[in-house]
Each structure stands twice: as C-alpha cells, then as structure tokens.
Design a protein around this ligand. Sequence first.
Ligand SMILES: [Zn+2]
Length: 191
Amino acid sequence: MRATDLLDKDTETVQQIAKQFGISAGYVREQLKQGIKIEQEHTSHIDVAREIALDHLKERPDYYQRLGKIEQGTTEDSPTNTFVRQHIKWVADQLGIDTLPKVRLVDQPKTTSFGTYDSLNDTITLVTGSRHPIDVLRTLAHELTHYKQHQEDRLSIDGGATGSEEENEANSEAGVIMRDFAKQNPEFLEQ
Ligand SMILES: [Zn+2]
C-alpha cells in the first residue's frame, strides 16, 4: 500500500479506540507511541507512521505489545525477515502464549549463538542473515519456549545450558513445532 493511500484512509482517534475496546486512553496512547517508533523504521514521515500505527491499533489495540519490537540490520526487509515476522504469532500460538517479548532480527551474530533470549530485557535476538528461514523459525520456537519458561517462573539462570531441563524442553518444543509446520506447509519444504 502506498503512503498516500494510508493517509486517505479513515483513522480513529485514540479516544475512539479506547472507547470501542473498553480500555484506557492512556494505554492506547502508550501503544501508539511505541507503534510510531516502530513504523518510523519504514517511513521518514512521522504523520504516515502515525496513520499506519493507528490503523493497526484500530484492529487490535495490543498490536505492538504482542508483536514486540523488530529491529532490522538493513533498511529493506529480507525475505527471511519477512517470513519470520509473518510466523511469530503462529509459533506463539503453538506454544499457547498470548504475550510476546521484543524480537530483534539481526544480520550478523554477536556471539556463537544464532538465537538468545535475554529475560532481563525481555528480548529475543535472532540471527537471520545467510540462514534458511526454516532454521530461523526453529531458533524462534526454541527461544520463545525459554520466554514461556520465564513467564511461568521456570527458567533458571543456567536454563540455557546444554543438557539442562529447560534446554531439553526448548529443543523438543521446537522440534514438535517444526514438524507441525512441515505438515501444514509441505510446499515450503520442497523448495
Ligand atoms: Zn536454549
């Protein structure tokens, strides 16, 4: 959709959204602030970013809370990043979680790991550069399992250590989710 189309679209005010969903205007305003920040990564016009964010919030007031912040290493979204972004909610649904941490997509690994979950900052970082989308999805499922463990107060400090109970669960959950993905998307794996 072009920016001009978005500006032409009807948007509702923060007050209207709050009233419609029976939530506080303060919450909507806070979500809008976050949304504008995120949308500004795709447009240099703050007005356009505001319109896009309002359109999302109109459909779903907790849109940005659920989606988490997605950072990109490049201005253009890579096909892998787009694929991962499109499947975050699906993976979360498989795990039965309805909140999401921030999710950062980066091109290059800073450590030896392709994925990390930082419970202190509530952020999952995934390396997407030169990786197969399916591999990234598996890492996402693994790290989201750690997020779930943290939500349920079951993630110990060394929870990510090889052989730990939490790590085994993350590996096996990721395995199950990827099997389900393959079943639902056989065409994707044939490529
Ligand atoms: Zn792990």
